[in-house]
Design a protein around this ligand. Structure first.
Ligand code: ADP
Length: 187
């Protein structure tokens, strides 16, 4: 079983690449952001709790997303692999994922990081706000907070996986097919 992590700032194109990878390889795409948005749409207790944090550009508690990941792994025993998107988002989540996979006698295969500048993050999110109806995509201060959260909490995950020799980075500037070719080469 393969466990890939699609890594990168908000708007880097992880979801777009994930869809193409699912079609080509049959992997299971697990986006913690999408799972949280489903809970929000259902207005479940978890969704309501997540909503206020997400709308401030903050992270939801680790145990919430870790629980989601665990149940996705357990309920999809026969896929060829998983694509985690938006997870792990801090080093505690990365360490917990390692332990969880170890308990299944598995490990992270590699981290595929799509890198773009903060300016491009803002541009892409503004563009996405016109296409999708995400409340966290519309307010400038929320976008700025998400970029700050990415630098403060998520970027340290890079060193975590570099230390394990599992970190690969590609330039996220270019058209979707060009980037997809590079991702496929890595896979
Ligand atoms: P983005 O486009 O900013 O990468 P996502 O759709 O991945 O957005 O996530 C939206 C929001 O959901 C995040 O800003 C965060 O509040 C929350 N979230 C998603 N994944 C996680 C995670 N692994 N840990 C904590 N919070 C998360």
């Amino acid at each position: 079983m393969k466990y890939y992590i699609l890594f990168g700032p908000p708007g880097a194109g992880k979801g777009t690449q994930a869809k193409l990878l699912v079609d080509k390889y049959g992997f299971r795409h697990v986006s913690t952001g999408d799972l949280l948005r489903k809970e929000m749409a259902k207005e479940s207790p978890l969704g309501l709790k997540a909503k206020s944090l997400i709308e401030q550009g903050l992270l939801v508690p680790d145990e919430v997303v870790v629980g989601m990941i665990k149940s996705e792994i357990e309920s999809n025993p026969s896929v060829p692999g998983f694509l985690f998107d938006g997870f792990p988002r801090n080093t505690d989540q990365a360490a917990t994922l390692d332990k969880m996979l170890e308990s299944f006698n598995q490990s992270v295969t590699s981290v595929i990081s799509i890198s773009i500048s903060d300016e491009m993050v803002k541009e892409r999110i503004r563009h996405r706000a016109m296409l999708e109806n995400r409340p966290d995509d519309t307010k400038d201060e929320v976008i700025a907070n998400r970029i700050k959260t990415y630098h403060d909490k998520t970027e340290p995950v890079i060193s975590f996986y570099k230390a394990q020799n599992k970190y690969c980075e590609i330039d996220g500037v270019g058209n979707i097919e060009e980037i997809f070719d590079k991702v496929c080469e890595l896979i």
